[in-house]
Design a protein around this ligand. Structure first.
Ligand code: SF4
Length: 662
């Protein structure tokens, strides 16, 4: 908030400077952090970040910080935020990072500041057991011989023991098990205050704790749901915050785009039908026609799924909306309307029926929006193995995000290891409408000149040449063989990944781990444990993987990570940029690829003792003018073109890089 008088301005400046100094002192070589953390190494970048965050907090400013790997950005924002007092909301990219921040970093903050910090971890409602739906599902499935009967029993017995109801606690039922969707709630199917289990409800209790806590750790999905005031959000915790800290902020534009849009999935429709059948049995057993209406909806949903083709499609609705697809969609809307009318007729019979009637109405209103033409949104669909989603996504979220942000005049800190293109933050700030916010770019403290080496194989064909992947694997094979540790090969397409997997079957003692053969978490764990494995991963492995030591001592990027040109969202945005006279490649495709590139190469050096080789296969780096933008994003490690130099790097325990590059 701006100061109201000269005196206030003076007080604020003094307070701001005092906080800055106090925070700076924590990061000194003999400061409180060194005393609390054995092995702490003072890093000027971390201290600079903490001081800048302290200043932004004192003055309620917006600050955008790119902090390279190894800066220690979590403590760089967490210590000043907690030291400054007031309520802080920290949002991270994933649930794993939430857990890590809560269980690893917050205890350090408590130790450094030597005081209790009332902190709370809040996840989305799908992460908490719904007591009401558990009872419903257990009754419904009893005696039906469902395959998940064992899981239901395990969940029932755990439900008596758990305090928080966080489904991650029950390791014997994996998080991806289908049963969780039956016994957790959505905004659509939660009965709210009319629920008989409301007073014991884990979702309600978690939100209550969040309202009272000083530090609330959430994730971007929950945060954006709140900001957009979606029903699944917990908007009531936002107004009391003095500071919002958005970590892994490079992911924020995409998550916000999802939440500022609208989506209806076949799962929601089928779940409505299933819940209607269960409620009919429980509350209106003399109304078999309701069951028939629900079954008709399920049938129409399956019909539309069949019309949308194979799984893994993402396309503009207008491109496929021929007569058949539109007829399939109309059939779903018609069946939904019929079910809604049936539910409304008998809604007074019970709470479940009442809630279902409201749910059907809300879904009906949303799905009808899909038929209304609107130039500001992109209408598109995606298909999965047995389901589909219809999405309305805004072309541009800058104005909407800025408007929501303006409702909370607190300090806003956006941080990540990858936000800028060179020194330029405009690609990021423009997407979120952050205007002329303060920015700060802090390089990594690692000694890349000694710790790393960048290898660009010579003679590879253009990446769209027919046998590019075969040539790429031939070039990379001697690197794998020379590396005593593990190699991480990142692909931009699943097709190339599969071709490479076929060509790398003869690795002998080295395990070959291929995305899709096990869960991401399991593959990374096996990779870490093996110490010399080769892991082939596509998009989801380009970020968020943190393997220290020799187990990950080589990262290979098969191509520059440009997004698929036929992605419906990128295509529609590119058309909009062209329409206003802009250059979609410069404004959209290139900056996105550079951020993904920086994420990929950030997997290599994770610690000041790590050593490793980065292999960049794509010859466009040297051949195209835009290759310079990627080359300028590389860490300051020596670049080599001969395989012998790589072999020498791996053979030497502490090589003098300059000699290797001769
Ligand atoms: S209030 Fe909603 S989430 Fe909580 S137990 Fe009831 S239905 Fe489930």
């Amino acid at each position: 908030m701006p100061p109201h008088s000269d005196l206030e301005a003076v007080v604020q400046a003094v307070t701001s400077e005092a906080l800055r100094q106090t925070v700076g002192a924590l990061f000194e070589a003999n400061g409180a952090l060194a005393a609390a953390m054995p092995g702490f190494v003072p890093r000027p970048q971390q201290r600079t970040m903490a001081e800048a965050v302290a200043e932004a907090l004192s003055e309620n400013e917006t600050l955008v910080v790119e902090a390279g790997t190894g800066v220690g950005k979590t403590l760089g924002y967490l210590l000043p935020a907690v030291a400054s007092g007031g309520k802080v909301i920290v949002s991270t990219g994933t649930k794993n990072l939430q857990d890590q921040l809560f269980r690893k970093d917050l205890p350090v903050v408590r130790g450094v500041l030597r005081r209790e910090v009332d902190a709370c971890l809040l996840k989305g409602r799908a992460n908490y057991l719904c007591l009401y739906r558990l009872k419903q599902y257990a009754d419904f499935s009893a005696g039906q011989g469902n395959a998940d009967a064992g899981d239901v029993q395990r969940i029932q017995s755990w439900s008596h023991r758990t305090r928080d109801g966080d489904i991650a606690e029950l390791a014997s039922v994996p998080e991806e098990a289908l049963v969780w969707s039956r016994v957790t709630s959505t905004a659509d199917n939660c009965l709210g205050q009319e629920c008989p289990d409301y007073s014991e409800c884990h979702v309600v209790q978690a939100r209550r704790r969040a309202q009272e806590a000083d530090v609330v750790v959430i994730n971007h999905h929950l945060f954006c749901a709140d900001l957009a005031l979606k029903e699944e959000g917990v908007g009531e915790i936002l107004p009391s915050a003095n500071a919002f800290i958005l970590d892994e902020a490079h992911q924020l534009p995409e998550v916000a785009t999802q939440f500022f849009g609208m989506s209806v999935g076949s799962r929601q429709l089928s779940e409505l039908a299933r819940d209607a059948i269960a409620a009919q049995l429980a509350e209106a057993s003399d109304q078999p026609e309701l069951r028939e209406r629900a079954q008709a909806l399920e049938y129409a949903v399956r019909g539309l799924r069949a019309l949308l083709g194979t799984e893994g499609q993402r396309g503009g609705w207008d491109a496929i909306a021929g007569e058949e697809a539109n007829a399939g969609l109309s059939a779903v809307i018609e069946a939904l309307a019929v079910l809604q009318a049936g539910l409304e007729q008998i809604a007074e019979r019970g709470k479940a029926l009442q809630a279902l009637a409201r749910r059907a109405q809300a879904l009906h209103e949303r799905i009808e929006l899909f038929l209304e033409p609107d130039d500001a949104v992109i209408r598109w669909y995606e298909t999965y193995q047995r389901s589909f989603a219809l999405n309305l996504t805004p072309l541009d979220i800058a104005g909407t995000f800025a408007k929501h942000k303006a409702r909370y005049p607190a300090a806003w800190i956006f941080t990540s290891a990858t936000l800028a293109i060179g020194e330029d933050f405009r690609h990021f700030t423009a997407q979120l409408g952050l205007g002329q916010s303060k920015t700060l770019r802090l390089g990594s403290p690692y000694d890349f000149a000694r710790q790393a080496c960048i290898y660009r194989p010579e003679g590879l064909p253009a990446p769209n040449a027919p046998h590019y992947t075969e040539a790429m694997v031939r070039a990379v094979r001697p690197v794998i063989d020379a590396n005593p540790g593990g190699t991480f090969i990142l692909f931009t397409s699943h097709r190339a990944l599969q071709i490479a997997a076929g060509l790398l079957q003869d690795l002998g003692e080295r395990p070959l781990l291929v995305q899709g053969s096990a869960s991401r978490r399991e593959l990374i764990e096996r990779f870490r444990e093996a110490g010399n494995a080769v892991l082939l991963g596509a998009q989801s492995f380009w970020e968020g993987v943190d393997v220290q030591g020799a187990a990950l001592s080589c990262v290979v990027l098969d191509r520059l990570p440009f997004a698929a040109p036929d992605d419906p969202l990128l295509k529609a945005r590119a058309e909009a940029i062209t329409a206003r006279g802009g250059n979609p490649f410069r404004e959209q495709h290139l900056p996105r690829a550079v951020i993904a590139f920086k994420q990929g190469i950030g997997r290599l050096i994770r610690d000041s003792h790590d050593r490793g080789v980065l292999v960049l296969c794509d010859p466009r780096l040297g051949q195209m003018s835009y290759g310079r933008v990627f080359l300028n994003s590389l860490p300051p490690a020596p670049m080599v073109r001969r395989i012998e130099a790589v072999q020498a790097f791996f053979a030497a325990s502490d090589p003098v890089q300059a000699e290797i590059c001769q």
